[in-house]
Write a protein that binds this ligand. Structure first.
Ligand SMILES: C[S@@+](CC[C@H](N)C(=O)[O-])C[C@H]1O[C@@H](n2cnc3c(N)ncnc32)[C@H](O)[C@@H]1O
Length: 221
């Protein structure tokens, strides 16, 4: 494991529950559109799905209910978040597996805990790569190139730039704020991610519009 990543931008998370569950104030808004987007390419697909940077764990529990043909494995580098994920799994009696520790900037496809799940049908990361150093986007793509089975998918959810331009004023201001907080953070560009994905053996599959100017960006191996 490399140096512990900075996870300070989980500003939408709220705590206070005795069992360690955190709640994300954008979960209710985003859950159904993201699930609909995932269903557009995952319906009928079975196998193992790894989420990178699962945060509170609310999304992965909802995914495991909506897409039960996939075995969902949440992951987090942050121990408090892993406690929350496992508390949500218990609270909801969700089918998702226990949270594993993954720092996506490292060579995560080699993590011992992950070996039983390989090869993966899906790698999903939501709202992570703009709030982390660029090495995290690079690590997710490189790891997906190794860990996915042929035909497997890599999906990113969040705000993106497109061909060097922001898709709205809200995203432009958000990008400025992120870069002011940490020069290594900031919205990533769909074109650059696509070129990185191609170099890792993944082809562009789709870019779906989501609420609040977010996107679901999908690649396939
Ligand atoms: C804004 S939260 C998003 C959480 C969740 N995916 C969601 O959409 O609600 C960003 C998450 O990325 C995780 N993260 C930060 N650095 C990471 C890294 N190097 N590898 C994997 N996850 C990381 C943080 O711990 C945090 O839980």
């Amino acid at each position: 494991m490399t140096q512990a990543p900075t996870t300070g931008h989980s500003e939408n998370f709220r705590g206070g529950l005795a069992d360690g569950r955190l709640t994300n104030k954008t979960f209710e808004r985003n859950s159904k559109p993201v699930i609909d987007g995932l269903m557009s390419f995952l319906t009928g697909i079975s196998g193992n799905a790894l989420e990178i940077g699962s945060g509170t764990g609310q999304h992965v529990c909802a995914f495991s209910a909506a897409l039960p043909d996939l075995i969902w494995a949440p992951s987090e580098p942050d121990a408090i978040h892993r406690t929350s994920i496992d508390a949500w799994r218990l609270h909801l009696d969700a089918a998702a597996l226990p949270a594993i520790e993954i720092d996506a900037s490292a060579d995560w496809a080699c993590e011992q805990e992950l070996q039983n799940y390989l090869p993966l049908a899906l790698v999903l990361s939501m709202n992570v790569i703009h709030i982390a150093p660029f090495a995290v986007a690079q690590g997710i793509i490189a790891g997906a190139g190794k860990a996915l089975l042929r035909g497997g998918f890599l999906a990113f959810y969040g705000p993106f730039a497109e061909n060097g331009k922001h898709t709205g004023d809200g995203n432009r201001i958000f990008d400025q704020r992120l870069r002011a907080d940490n020069p290594d953070w900031g919205l990533r560009d769909v074109v650059e991610l696509t070129s990185m994905a191609q170099a890792a053996g993944l082809r562009f599959d789709r870019l779906l519009e989501m609420p609040a100017n977010n996107r679901l960006l999908v690649f396939q191996k």
